[in-house]
Ligand binder design. Structure first.
Ligand code: PGA
Length: 225
């Protein structure tokens, strides 16, 4: 399995800025495609951007916990599927904190995604692990990807301590055979040491926004693989 790099743009970038980003980053993404599974998660309104020979896989940042129907404002899993979306982040700590999402909401989102063959990428702080796995429906746990992201380590330049990452990834892997990523202050300077931990990939937000920053990160990573 290739190492996963998930660029989560959060609520950033205008369509024109995303186009510039893609034009600049697609070359290194193509060159490293055999080693790195490069997934980008733009805002929902930009999910129709893909072009032919696209060197990225496409992720949403969220999905409705409900099926098709009378749920004003919600974007459902079938609509994401129609756009070619292959993954969706769910349960990011910002969604849990600012939008008050519960473990049950997130479990419902996972079910909606899996129904249409989109892989959920479930973000977990350490305290979410036990209740989130308890809330997921039987048989779905191995159909997701997980991302350990300690909220206190998001948005800076220093990642969480290695022993915390390794211990927590080990704990998550007791519940599932699925890949587990790490997210929180991943940069071009720490990507190589993070890669040597027991992780299957990284979620990068701040350091993914500027093309030159993510290009350096991908180059440093690819030299270490
Ligand atoms: P960051 O965000 O890369 O800006 O620290 C990571 C995350 O939200 O998990």
């Amino acid at each position: 399995m290739s190492f996963i790099v998930l660029a989560n743009f959060k609520s950033n970038l205008l369509a024109s800025e995303l186009k510039t980003w893609i034009d600049q980053v697609k070359i290194v993404a193509s060159e490293t495609r055999d080693k790195i599974n490069f997934i980008i998660a733009p805002s929902t309104i930009h999910l129709s951007q893909p072009v032919s020979n696209w060197p990225f896989e496409l992720s949403a940042q969220d999905v409705s916990p409900y099926p098709v129907g009378a749920y004003t404002g919600a974007v459902n899993a079938r609509q994401l599927k129609e756009l070619g979306v292959e993954y969706s982040i769910i349960g990011h700590s910002e969604r849990r904190r600012y939008f008050h999402e519960t473990q049950i909401d997130i479990a419902n989102k996972a079910r909606e995604l899996i129904t249409v063959d989109i892989t959920p990428i479930i973000c977990l702080a350490k305290d979410d692990i036990i209740p989130q796995f308890a809330a997921l429906e039987d048989g779905l746990t191995d159909k997701c990807i997980y991302c350990f992201e300690p909220p206190a380590d998001i948005g800076g330049i220093v990642a969480a301590p290695s022993d915390l990452i390794e211990d927590t990834i080990r704990l998550i892997k007791k519940y599932t055979k699925a890949p587990v990523l790490y997210g929180g202050s991943v940069t071009k300077d720490n990507i190589v040491s993070l890669k040597n931990l027991n992780i299957d990939g990284v979620l990068v937000a701040t350091a993914s926004l500027k093309p030159e920053s993510i290009i350096s990160l991908i180059k440093n990573l690819s030299h270490a693989i």
